[in-house]
Ligand binder design. Structure first.
Ligand code: FES
Ligand SMILES: [Fe+2]
Length: 470
């Protein structure tokens, strides 16, 4: 054994490699009854884009379950178990009418809630349809996406509305992309700021079309009342760019401006993407969400609504629909994440300082998964804005004018202070519960250079204590 370990520290040691250990089942598996799947089922999850559901039923697979989504001729949406309870014909071949979906084989008719309305081949006195209910899940259609709730009916949560849905002049354009790998490795990329420097700039080419992406940021990670953020702070000439992505527990990610170039001052600019990573099964998932189009976040005019929809989004490397040699020469997020194996094996990783966000996210998810497994309710962020119906989120891009210090090490420390100061403004303070939160945060960030020059202590002290969710 000692001899084998010695070989593993030497060149050409692959022959002595250890067998691949099992994946982290608790965090990654999602099939019925699995701890991770049971946790994710406690939240509203997107199922499809409204535009995918025309007059024909749509087969969807989520959490390892095959389902059929359909729309009645009066517009109501239903989500049913795929196979007819009579003799198993798939309801994807059913015909929708004004009150439900009729199985093609013997005409049983199902309401969106699974109630069996007719079994027309049986005698009129048959009571079968009153004694049987077909499996169905609650659905809700919201701004071009269809959501489902897959958990216990008695624990259905309110439908969450985030403040990022209500940015002036914002168009929310739905999109949906399949990833043939486990959901967690796609989701945790949202908390991996260092890959933006390498994958998206230095290693192949400048995928976001601005050199500032190649700067190595100062990186920090904080819990928020909704989940967690990364805080990545880059120096660009006489400016400092602070970027935060959100995780809203459990599987929502919000991603900042895609084509930021660090040139113009801005404060608390809204997100470019709100997206869910939803498990199809243990080794497949879908990103379903909205691409936000806000004119002020795209001064260079690069964003393109026409490239957003089914299996497409308007920035590089997000799908597998490119020639294989291009995927090899110019890999993007899709290649990096899918190729981590069908389910990334955490026991084989060598996590570093750069991976603190990933580690923190896994720890939070495991804590919540175990709560649900023990019979407790999972943590859900409390809506506080807009009269208590809207939940605050924390992702943003801000660029402030703060000249560099001559000493590189001291300038990195300055970046850290600025990142912390802005995060303290965004995630803390009396303004967090106000309808005017966005305006107040913007005003405070805009005056930050002067405030920091006067006294940095109140800002750095605000983050001395970690911001913990209950
Ligand atoms: S199999 Fe569906 S009605 Fe017979
Ligand atoms: Fe990325």
């Amino acid at each position: 054994m000692a001899e084998k370990r010695q070989f593993l520290r030497q060149p050409y040691s692959a022959y002595h490699a250890k067998p691949v250990p099992q994946e982290d089942v608790e965090l990654t598996h999602v099939e019925r009854g699995s701890p991770g799947g049971e946790y994710l089922r406690r939240f509203w999850q997107p199922v499809a884009m409204s535009s995918e559901l025309g007059d024909l039923p749509l087969v969807v697979r989520l959490f390892g379950e095959d389902l059929v989504l359909f729309r009645t001729t009066t517009g109501e949406v239903g989500l049913l178990e795929k196979h007819c309870p009579h003799r198993g014909t798939s309801l994807e071949f059913g015909i929708a009418n004004e009150c439900g979906l009729r199985c093609c084989y013997h005409g049983w008719l199902f309401a969106p809630d699974g109630t069996i309305l007719e079994t027309p081949g049986d005698p009129p006195e048959s009571t079968l349809r009153h004694r049987l209910v077909h499996g169905a899940y609650p659905v809700r259609e919201y701004r071009g996406l269809i959501f489902g709730y897959f958990g216990p009916p008695e624990a259905i949560p309110p439908f969450p509305v985030y403040d990022s849905y209500d940015v002036p002049d914002d168009a929310l354009v739905p999109y949906s992309i399949h990833y043939p790998c486990n959901w967690l490795q796609v989701h945790e990329n949202v908390m991996d700021p260092v890959h933006t420097t390498f994958l998206h700039h230095r290693v192949s080419f400048s995928q976001f079309q601005a050199d500032v992406w190649g700067e190595l940021p100062v990186m920090e990670f904080f819990e928020t009342p909704a989940g967690m953020v990364y805080v990545s702070t880059r120096r660009w000439q006489d400016k400092v760019w602070v970027r935060s992505n959100d995780i809203l527990l459990p599987n929502v990610g919000q991603i900042g401006h895609l084509f930021e170039d660090g040139q113009q001052e801005k404060a608390f600019n809204p997100v470019a993407i709100t997206r869910w990573t939803i498990p199809v099964d243990n080794t497949n998932c879908r990103i379903i969400g909205w691409r936000h189009f806000v004119p002020e976040t795209d001064p260079r005019g690069i964003a393109n609504r026409a490239e957003v929809g089914k299996e497409m989004v308007d920035f590089y490397g997000q799908t597998g629909h490119r020639p294989y040699d291009r995927m090899q020469r110019e890999p993007g997020d899709y290649e990096a994440q899918v190729s981590q194996r069908p389910i990334a094996v955490h026991a084989m990783e060598h996590l570093t300082e750069c991976d603190r966000g990933v580690t923190m996210l896994r720890r939070m998810l495991r804590r919540e998964i175990r709560k649900v497994a023990e019979g407790a309710a999972p943590y859900v962020a409390t809506p506080r804005l807009g009269g208590g119906s809207v939940t605050a989120t924390y992702a943003h891009d801000s660029v402030v004018a703060i000249p560099p210090l001559p000493d590189t090490v001291e300038d990195r420390e300055l970046l850290r202070r600025v990142g912390r100061a802005i995060t303290a403004i965004v995630a803390r303070g009396a303004h967090q519960a106000g309808d005017d939160r966005r305006d107040r945060i913007r005003a405070m960030i805009s005056s930050l250079p002067q405030d920091l020059a006067a006294d940095a202590a109140p800002y750095t002290a605000a983050l001395a204590e970690p911001c913990q969710i209950p």
